[in-house]
Design a protein around this ligand. Structure first.
Ligand SMILES: Nc1ncnc2c1ncn2[C@@H]1O[C@H](COP(=O)(O)OP(=O)(O)OP(=O)(O)O)[C@@H](O)[C@H]1O
Length: 264
């Protein structure tokens, strides 16, 4: 099995272990048998063309899309018995932080901490984690503002801060760079670096690796609901190039699909 690492207690299971996963949406098969692992401390990027199944895969991992067959274990526990959701931080694909609810930036970020503190009032350590997360995404000076007054990219940063505030062991982010400008992408890269240095594992859906590239241990390319290819750390440039050609073909240049048949 890939992605198994040893720790002080002996051999440890991957934090995510998806095997032969199939799923359907609207009566259509969307995942055709995905094998995906994330080892403890590993940073895995999921790439692929639009509609290849990236979001569905991570939504399956967080239990939001039921599998029609195959298996999923989180932290070594089958999904049906898994209850420790506070170990996982999930940032869904671009959405609003609070649809119409006049919550402040700090309140939304604090809500990430509440799930960890089981709805107890926040203690000093909780408040410190919230402030750190706000600093990390560069929104500390806007903490009192209503999230309704933020731009789309700033919303995204609030959602990222909410996930970071929980200090999860596994952070799952669906297109965290979407609509986020380059300085903020760098801030996010730094935030992730800190999380990973602290032992966190990360699963990211990305359209391009951008400033996150140096952090990524493994890149998994999806195509039509299947894993088309995996790239290791030293192959990040190749992964980025395959993805660029498949998803953003340059005029006059054949898409990588035409040349390799990898990404359809
Ligand atoms: N609620 C739904 N009902 C029916 N089909 C869906 C639904 N959500 C997604 N799909 C289909 O499932 C397939 C995979 O979608 P998914 O969102 O996982 O792709 P993706 O790789 O994340 O794409 P993108 O890069 O555009 O975000 C697509 O063909 C999509 O049309």
């Amino acid at each position: 099995m890939t992605g198994v690492v040893a720790d002080g207690a002996g051999v440890t299971e991957p934090v995510v272990d998806l095997s032969g996963a199939t799923a359907s949406l609207g009566g259509r098969a969307v995942l055709g048998g995905i094998d995906l692992t994330v080892a403890r401390g590993e940073v895995v990027a999921l790439l692929g063309a639009n509609g290849s199944g990236k979001s569905t895969t991570v939504r399956a991992v967080v239990g939001r899309v039921p599998l029609t067959s195959g298996g999923l274990k989180l932290f070594g526990t089958p999904i049906a018995r898994f209850r420790q959701w506070r170990r996982i931080g999930y940032v869904p694909q671009r959405s609003t932080a609070a649809s119409g609810v006049p919550a402040s930036v700090r309140e939304v970020v604090s809500s990430g901490r509440l799930s960890r503190s089981r709805l107890r009032p926040l203690r000093r350590a909780d408040r410190a984690a919230v402030e750190r997360a706000l600093q990390v995404v560069g929104l500390a000076d806007r903490a009192k503002e209503s999230v309704n007054r933020l731009s789309g990219g700033q919303h995204q940063r609030v959602l990222i801060a909410r996930a970071l505030a929980a200090e999860p062991e596994l952070l799952i982010m669906d297109e965290p760079l979407g609509g986020v400008d380059l300085p903020s992408q760098r801030i996010l890269a730094e935030a992730l670096r800190t999380q990973v240095a602290g032992g966190a594992s990360v699963l990211l859906v990305l359209h391009e690796l951008g400033p996150l590239q140096p952090l990524i241990d493994r890149t998994v390319v999806l195509s039509d609901g299947l894993v088309a290819r995996e790239y290791g750390r030293g192959e990040a440039d190749a992964a980025a190039r395959v993805h660029d050609l498949a998803c953003h073909p340059h005029p006059g240049e054949p898409a990588e699909t035409d040349r390799t048949g990898l990404l359809t």
